[in-house]
Design a protein around this ligand. Structure first.
Ligand code: SF4
Ligand code: SF4
Length: 477
């Protein structure tokens, strides 16, 4: 995405900052654990949302989590495993300062939560790493390059309007042949690997939507037939800017299943990206705005079609627990949050499903499978479509390497994880890859393109929508 601006000179500030960060070079591989410990500095953590020593002590060092951890799988480095990171958090709690090495190991974590699923002792690594990251962002001095890169990312991604501004230049870049030229020369990979990553991840835009993300969804869509629920809907940032067709399909499917859908404008970001990267205060601001936008709509449920957003929204109660004017409102809001597949299974189908003769590989997005435990519902929805065969992908617990903006911050290992996932997807022989997160769709598509292959991609709801509308399977392929 970003190199479109570089080429056409539109000069979006975040992209300029990305370029500046890139020009300073890119670190390679995981940081060395052998860095000398930092002595004499202030202790790693202060008392503001300090990682819990009780949660650290829940870890019995059994190592059952190791093989599901993508960074441990890549590098075989103990301190880049869940157990190692918990050990480092323990060191921080006992007064060790935050060394660059320690922060590197925390930064390397994808936040995929595969370790939470794997842990037989129920260690809440998700809570630990979230609190640790917030401390790191407040207390650790990052390099100028790192600060610039992160500032650029967070000035762009949580803002759907800014993302939408990139669509026109991106379309022109893709259509003009420049993308092919740049790709063939391989210049971008050599001089600016992070921009190359962004460029390779950008979805191919179609002409009809080149200058905008299509018509905005209406603020209210009536249920078809008897109304069974009133549902508020998150339009999202990347989802609304680059996958408006997923939102359109979500509205149609919900309405067909008897839901009145409420889509207030100006809802903004849910804060998922911010909270997953330790920017707690920013995430809280986004959360308050979203709650205020929806809480008086009379909705029964708040539905989300992006896995990363859904997992954070369900934790609004914890995010705003210390805010006296929002704590109870946030908890009430979080109780209404449902992933789309979760809600549709909860309600049960009423709309007729028409056959789709297709084989579909289903990819569990980490923030849906590991973080929300939503695995059965999407498969049940897909299996409810006559003619559709669901195929499983090997090693489903291992992340594809997308992980929010982890693939932008860590392009080399992210590409390796993407390549592994692409191989596993290709081995299924399926014609269609289905998942429920825009980041995974972009990451796996880019990896498949690198292999010189391709596969049709769809969000779960697009497959359901095609079936309910009686579209031919070619609409998905
Ligand atoms: S969240 Fe993922 S990357 Fe981080 S420690 Fe757990 S398994 Fe490893
Ligand atoms: S996090 Fe859980 S699975 Fe991993 S070493 Fe600790 S107790 Fe074992």
């Amino acid at each position: 995405m970003a190199d479109v601006d570089a080429t056409h000179g539109t000069g979006t500030p975040p992209v300029d900052a990305l370029r500046a960060a890139e020009s300073a070079g890119t670190p390679a591989g995981p940081p060395a654990f052998d860095d000398p410990p930092a002595f004499g500095g202030p202790p790693a953590f202060d008392d503001q949302n300090r990682p819990s020593a009780d949660l650290v002590s829940d870890c019995v060092h059994c190592g059952f989590c190791l093989t599901t951890c993508p960074t441990y799988t890549l590098w075989g480095e103990e301190m880049d495993s869940p157990r190692g990171r918990i050990h480092l958090i323990g060191q921080g709690l006992s007064g060790e300062p935050l060394s660059d090495s320690m922060v590197g190991h925390f930064d390397n974590c994808l936040g995929c939560m595969a370790c939470v699923t794997a842990c037989p002792s129920g260690v809440q690594y998700d809570r630990l790493i979230e609190d640790t990251r917030a401390q790191v962002e407040r207390r650790h001095e990052r390099t100028g390059r790192d600060r610039a890169l992160r500032a650029a990312i967070f000035a762009l991604f949580p803002y759907p309007r800014r993302l939408r501004l990139l669509r026109g230049p991106l379309w022109a870049y893709q259509r003009s042949g420049l993308q092919r030229l740049v790709g063939r020369a391989g210049v971008l990979e050599r001089v600016a690997p992070r921009l190359a990553t962004l460029e390779s991840l950008a979805p191919q835009l179609r002409r009809a939507r080149s200058q905008g993300a299509g018509p905005k969804p209406p603020r209210r869509v009536a249920a078809r037939g008897d109304r069974r629920a009133i549902v508020g809907m998150l339009t999202g940032c990347v989802q609304s800017a680059f996958f408006p067709e997923v939102n359109a399909a979500t509205v149609r499917v919900l309405a067909a299943e008897g839901c009145e859908v409420l889509i207030p404008s100006g809802q903004g970001c849910c804060g998922a990206l911010s909270v997953h990267n330790g920017r707690r205060a920013e995430a809280q601001r986004f959360a308050r705005k979203l709650i205020a936008t929806f809480e008086r709509t009379g909705m029964d449920y708040f539905v989300v079609n992006a896995a990363g957003c859904g997992s954070s929204l369900k934790e609004y109660g914890e995010l705003l627990a210390d805010d006296p004017s929002y704590a109870s409102r946030a908890a009430a809001f979080a109780a209404k949050v449902r992933d789309l597949a979760e809600l549709l299974v909860e309600l049960g189908p009423v709309a007729e499903r028409h056959p789709l003769q297709v084989t579909a590989a289903y990819h569990d997005a980490c923030h849906l499978g590991h973080a929300q435990g939503v695995r059965a519902q999407p498969r049940a929805l897909l299996r409810g479509i006559p003619g559709l065969e669901v195929r499983e992908i090997a090693d489903p617990e291992i992340c594809c390497g997308s992980a929010g903006v982890w693939n932008v911050l860590n392009p080399v290992p992210a590409a390796e994880l993407g390549d592994r996932k692409a191989s596993a997807v290709a081995a299924t022989g399926a014609a269609l890859l289905v998942t429920a997160n825009p980041g995974c769709l972009m990451q796996v598509a880019a990896a498949l393109r690198r292999r010189g292959g391709s596969i049709a991609l769809a969000h779960t709801v697009q497959v359901l929508d095609a079936s309910i509308r009686g579209l031919p399977v070619s609409a998905l392929l």
